[in-house]
Design a protein around this ligand. Structure first.
Ligand code: OAD
Length: 303
């Protein structure tokens, strides 16, 4: 654990910030799940580096709404790699739950779509899944919603799922365009591409080009004003608008960063640079006497 906490005074500052806070805003990203083997996005072995092998100019395009509408097969071919694991969570997730149990958690804003916050027991009202989740899926055309798990077999088998209510219209559209092309009355190349995604089911994760869920917008405005501590954990803070939360929190509110890599484009009062499970176990176990309820807690504490 490399830390900017060079002296006793700063450690005291960190402890007091956590002990005194009553409304903590916890902002999290993919780094809080990597200890379970779930890759983050932008690290050298992250998800986007794997995506380069698919031949995408920009690996973020796997989450591009425009590309999905042109050709949903790209997303369907990789979605099995990011399906959420059931039941598991990390010591860091257990720390957020501890803050909730202590009545200190104002809200956890997570950019993660793995829903491990649900596994650890973060209450829905305490959680904002800023980039949506796999919990539900919707038809891109008529917005018909289904439980996300219903889609898992298709995602696992890389087989595009279609909306039952749009089936007839989809078939009619395909017939119409095929007939026009057969009769040589026109080539509908680009229009045909839009038919590719007509009635396709898409998990309700937020793609680039889509708005964040309404819940994000309805809570963040007040939460940045009413929080008394901001803890940012396991994120590169590269994706707006979530990355802007750090600057929206007033200057007098203490801000802590816990991250493996430094973040140079934002200022924090205290930075704990290292693996977040270790950092939080050290903090809770040796400085605060707070026990994190996780099977690996003692092992990490004694390592
Ligand atoms: P990134 O991959 O951009 O950043 C992850 C950060 O976590 C990096 O700064 C790592 O240094 C750090 N990290 C990795 N493992 C860690 C560990 N064990 N302990 C502490 N830090 C660790 O991921 P995000 O910032 O979450 O969008 O990415 C934001 C969004 O970009 C995602 O929500 C995703 C992506 O496009 C969607 O899924 C729609």
């Amino acid at each position: 654990l490399r830390t900017k906490l060079s002296d006793f005074h700063k450690i005291e500052h960190l402890k007091n910030a956590l002990l005194n806070a009553k409304n903590i805003l916890v902002l999290t990203g993919a780094g809080i799940s990597t200890s379970l083997g779930i890759p983050d996005f932008r690290s050298s072995k992250g998800f986007y580096s794997k995506m380069r092998t698919l031949g995408l100019d920009d690996p973020q395009d796997v989450f591009s709404l425009e590309l999905f509408k042109r050709d949903p097969t790209t997303f369907y071919s990789i979605a099995h790699m990011i399906l959420p694991p059931e039941h598991s969570f990390t010591p860091l997730h257990a720390f957020i739950k501890l803050l909730q149990d202590k009545g200190k958690l104002l809200r956890n804003y997570t950019q993660n779509i793995d829903n491990l916050e649900g596994n650890v027991g973060i209450l829905p009202e305490k959680l904002v899944q800023c980039h949506g989740s796999f919990a539900t899926a919707s038809c891109v055309s008529c917005k018909y919603k289904i439980p996300g798990e219903t889609l898992y077999p298709n995602l696992m088998n890389k087989k595009i799922a279609y909306c039952p209510f749009c089936e007839n219209e989809r078939k009619n559209l395909i017939r119409k365009f095929e007939k026009i092309e057969d009769e040589g009355l026109g080539n509908f190349g680009s229009k045909f591409e839009t038919i590719n995604s007509f009635g396709v089911m898409k998990p309700d994760i937020t793609f680039f080009g889509e708005n964040l869920p309404d819940r994000y917008h309805s809570t963040i405005k007040e939460d940045v004003k009413s929080c008394d501590l901001l803890i940012t954990i396991g994120t590169s803070l590269k994706v707006a608008p979530v990355s802007e939360i750090v600057n929206r929190v007033p200057d007098h509110i203490p801000q802590i960063l816990i991250n493996r890599d430094p973040i140079n484009h934002c200022e924090f009062d205290i930075e704990l640079l290292g693996y977040c499970d270790q950092a939080i176990t050290w903090l809770c176990g040796t400085q605060l006497d707070w026990e994190i309820k996780h099977k690996d807690y003692n092992k990490i504490l004694n390592s």
